[in-house]
Write a protein that binds this ligand. Structure first.
Ligand SMILES: [Zn+2]
Length: 113
C-alpha cells in the first residue's frame, strides 16, 4: 500500500512528469480525518512542499478552513490575531493584511492579479 504522500502526489493535478504549463493548480483531497500527535485537524497543507491540501468533511463545511489551507499552500504562515484568516483556530476570522495579499499573489499557484 502506498504512503499517503505517494498517493496524493500521484493524483495531484498538473503532475504529468514534463512541465507543460506555468499554471500550478492546488488539488484538494477530502479525507476521513487528519490527525497530528493525537489532535484532530479539519485540514492540512504542506505549504511549499506540495501542490495539494487535505481536508476533512468538517473542514469542508466550515467557513474558513479550505481558504486557510489554500493560504498555506500559497506560502502564508499562521498569524496570532484571531480575526485573521491564517489564525490556527477554526474559529478564526476572515481578514487578511495587505502584506498577506501581496505575498499570496507571489505564489506560483496564483496567476492573476
Ligand atoms: Zn494552519
Amino acid at each position: 500500500m502506498p504512503s499517503a504522500f505517494a498517493l496524493f502526489a500521484k493524483y495531484t493535478a498538473g503532475r504529468v512528469g514534463i512541465p507543460i504549463t506555468v499554471v500550478h493548480p492546488v488539488t484538494v483531497f477530502v479525507v476521513h480525518s487528519v490527525t497530528s500527535n493525537g489532535d484532530s485537524w479539519r485540514g492540512a497543507s504542506f505549504g511549499l512542499t506540495a501542490d495539494y491540501v487535505v481536508m476533512t468533511p468538517t473542514g469542508m463545511n466550515d467557513d474558513t478552513t479550505l481558504t486557510h489551507e489554500l493560504g498555506h499552500a500559497c506560502t502564508l504562515m499562521h498569524r496570532k490575531k484571531k480575526v485573521n484568516l491564517m489564525n490556527h483556530s477554526h474559529t478564526r476570522g476572515t481578514s487578511i493584511t495587505s502584506w498577506q495579499k501581496w505575498w499570496f499573489r507571489l505564489s506560483r499557484h496564483v496567476n492573476f492579479w
